[in-house]
Design a binder for this molecule. Structure first.
Ligand code: MG
Length: 247
């Protein structure tokens, strides 16, 4: 697992081994206690590409026909939030939802990647919460405002390397400990290699960019004071809380 951390105003990547973090300094390495470090979002993406309606079971739940191509949209990098960070409930929204998702972190600058070569551009995988102001999404008819508030892109805690087979992993979301989403990545309509081929035919992907692959059934509301967790088998558990932005 690779994480991004802050300690004494220095930001760095490190390998997570149990309760320790090992930082490669070239000729030597430093070891920190994980509990002494601030956990940052595990990459600093230039862009976050999200996929809408990408689970067969979620499309059925909504009574929607299956899409012919991936439906993609962007979240700005200013929305990122790390593990244990606070999701700020905006004053202008009346309904804010969680969407637990598998995310891919890009490791290499690339364009026009074929699906069978997609593995070579992936740094690894992490958990993502595509937080959405549902009322504003409906009101606006397009999604930028509803998806883009600061703190609406929590991801982490760490990046699991690209050796992991993500074709059939359990994905679950809990709110205050109660199971709300429970599916498997085998229900993805467009899998990770197909998404990378589709997206990289449109835009150059850069190291650190994040692709959030869509959410399974069971999306629902968050409220002030809630704790929300996205857990993906073999990757980890992303935990965040919800606060009212009083400023
Ligand atoms: Mg989503």
């Amino acid at each position: 697992m690779i994480g991004r951390f802050k300690y004494d105003n220095e930001v760095f990547h490190g390998k997570v081994r149990g309760d320790r973090v090992i930082v490669d300094r070239g000729l030597y390495s430093d070891t920190f206690l994980l509990s002494d470090l601030e956990i940052l979002p595990p990459s600093y993406p230039g862009k976050i590409i999200c996929v809408g309606l990408n689970y067969i079971d979620h499309a059925r739940e909504l009574g929607m026909p299956l899409p012919k191509n991936p439906l993609i949209f962007l979240k700005p990098p200013s929305a990122i939030l790390g593990h244990t960070g606070k999701i700020e409930y905006p004053d202008q929204a009346e309904r804010v939802d969680y969407e637990g998702e598998l995310a891919v972190v890009i490791g290499k600058r690339c364009k026009n990647v074929r699906s069978h070569e997609a593995g070579s551009v992936i740094m690894g995988y992490t958990c993502f919460n595509d937080v959405t102001a549902r009322d504003l999404q409906k009101e606006d008819g397009q999604w930028t405002r509803s998806k883009s508030f600061d703190t609406f892109a929590p991801f982490g805690p760490f990046i699991r390397d690209s050796e992991l087979d993500v074709s059939d992993l359990s994905i679950r979301t809990r709110v205050n400990g109660k199971l709300r989403q429970d599916s498997r990545t085998s229900n993805l309509i467009f899998n990770v290699p197909i998404l990378i081929e589709f997206i990289s035919r449109i835009m150059t992907l850069e190291p650190g960019d994040v692709i959030a692959t869509g959410t399974p059934p069971g999306v629902g509301e968050l409220h002030e004071g809630d704790g929300v967790e996205v857990e993906i088998e073999g990757i980890g558990i992303l935990k965040n809380s919800v606060v009212r932005n009083s400023e």
